[in-house]
Design a binder for this molecule. Structure first.
Ligand code: 2AM
Length: 200
């Protein structure tokens, strides 16, 4: 045995259901996304993401030494952003049609500010992350074996409303059934009435 420190695969995300508190609107969002995922998985013969796993990644950190986790908790605590309403009204199709995700047709400035605020605090803390362009999405289906034909692809969908009130630091662990996700820390987004105009 070596004395190597265990590593963890980590990311920051919005989760559309209660992590530590009961929140009915988010539960409705999760059910709507889960229904859409099931429908698309049936239609395109893919693997449906389980309802409790549906999420929107804000920043992907990747595999890091476990000692980074306390630093990431501090990073999260320093981010102060307002809660917001997100409208998921579009479908993305990536990886030669194998991945289907719900996304946004109109940019959501509060969501972009939140993702950028997390990146800024990570930069300040000297923690690396995936700097790929932020494209807000919730992956619904993986390994679709029937490729959606572009001409028939229903890009716009009936909007699913997501009232984002919390965000989380999440650990991803591999299991036989795919990835399992565990929240390591949750932070509240500030209700609009007591919020200063912009994220700091
Ligand atoms: P995805 O839904 O588009 O696959 C955990 O892996 C989460 O981090 C997933 O939601 C995944 O997004 C996201 N993610 C972002 N960048 C990633 C990367 N470079 N590798 C793996 N997952 C990434």
């Amino acid at each position: 045995m070596t004395g190597a420190t265990p590593t963890a695969r980590l990311f920051f995300a919005l989760w559309p259901h209660a992590l530590q508190v009961s929140q009915q609107p988010q539960d409705r969002t999760r059910k709507q996304l889960a229904r859409l995922a099931k429908h698309l998985a049936d239609q395109y013969a893919g693997r449906c993401i389980r309802p409790e796993q549906l999420h929107l990644t804000l920043v992907f950190i990747g595999e890091v030494d476990g000692s980074v986790i306390p630093v990431l908790r501090e990073v999260g605590a320093r981010v102060q952003c307002a809660s917001f309403k997100l409208l998921l009204d579009k479908l993305h199709c990536w990886g030669k049609g194998k991945i289907i995700a719900a996304g946004v047709s109109q940019p959501c400035s509060e969501l972009s500010l939140l993702a950028q605020a997390v990146r800024d605090q990570l930069d300040a803390a000297g923690v690396g992350y995936d700097t790929i362009r932020f494209v807000p999405h919730v992956t619904l289906v993986r390994n679709a074996s029937r490729e959606p034909r572009q001409m028939l692809w229903p890009e716009l969908i009936a909007p699913i409303t997501w009232q984002a009130t919390h965000w989380s630091l999440v650990q991803s662990s591999p299991t036989r059934q795919g990835s399992s996700y565990q929240s390591l820390a949750d932070w509240a987004l500030t209700p609009p009435d007591i919020h200063e105009p912009h994220c700091v």
